[in-house]
Design a protein around this ligand. Structure first.
Ligand SMILES: C[S@@+](CC[C@H](N)C(=O)[O-])C[C@H]1O[C@@H](n2cnc3c(N)ncnc32)[C@H](O)[C@@H]1O
Length: 231
């Protein structure tokens, strides 16, 4: 365990989200007032953010009450004014429109991410809310949704952890978009000379080649064509 920390070092996936937040919070103009560690489970990322004092308040959110109760007791030693805890659905959050918000949705599937963003934007679509996404699956569907909703891309990358690759997408919805940057269906972050990217692409191609033999053949074929364009 890191000295002075409640938790050990973050894995590469969560560390890459932490690094982005650390970077943004270092720029006084773009600083988020509230950071929401939604679907937080163990709360590792949120804990590191609170410990590093990267925002005025971090909110841990998980729909499982005993996870939040457990976190509440574990976080006893952290300054209480720096965090809140919510046991509930991340789709039901209430945002102060006078503040800048970053909603982290990591470690959950694409359909959960789409449902949560949709519910939030239904109410706060005009307010300007940023999201940091790291889906465990269904990333193509997430990207389709972001394009449909005209949500603007801020940054995206691929991160590898324990032989598995994840896409991270930092986006802005609603007001406050200086220059709209369209999200692309497969991402613009590919580096064909990077072995991890190559391994990830192979897995995606294999997945949709299998899917092409199933019920959704036409759609899988279309998606395959998109990814084949990277090679
Ligand atoms: C695998 S953990 C992810 C933990 C952490 N975010 C990460 O990336 O390592 C997924 C957590 O999401 C929570 N969850 C799933 N859907 C949710 C929702 N709609 N609202 C709040 N929490 C949710 C689950 O209870 C579970 O604890």
């Amino acid at each position: 365990m890191a000295v002075g920390s409640l938790v050990g070092p973050l894995g590469a996936r969560l560390q890459s989200l932490f690094d982005l937040i650390d970077d943004v919070q270092g720029q006084s103009l773009n600083r988020y007032d509230r950071i929401w560690d939604c679907c937080c489970d163990h709360g590792y990322l949120g804990i590191k953010i609170v410990e590093a004092e990267l925002c005025d308040k971090l909110v841990f959110v998980d729909q499982v009450p005993h996870i939040i109760q457990w976190l509440d007791s574990k976080l006893d030693v952290l300054p209480r004014e720096r965090f809140d805890l919510i046991a509930g659905d991340a789709a039901d959050l209430i945002f102060d429109p006078g503040q800048r918000h970053l909603v982290i949705l990591a470690g959950v599937g694409g359909s959960t991410i789409i449902t949560i963003i949709g519910a939030i934007l239904k109410i706060y679509g005009e307010n300007g809310i940023d999201f940091l996404l790291c889906p465990t699956n269904g990333v193509f569907e997430v990207r389709e949704y972001l394009i449909e909703e005209q949500i603007s891309l801020m940054d995206e990358w691929i991160v590898s952890e324990k032989g598995r690759q994840y896409e991270v997408i930092h986006i802005r919805a609603g007001a406050g978009i200086d220059e709209y940057v369209k999200v692309s269906l497969i991402g613009n972050m590919w580096n064909v000379n990077d072995q991890e990217h190559e391994a990830y692409l192979k897995k995606i191609l294999a997945h949709y080649q299998r899917a092409e033999q199933g019920d959704d053949a036409e759609r899988s074929k279309m998606i395959l064509e998109e990814y084949r364009g990277i090679c």
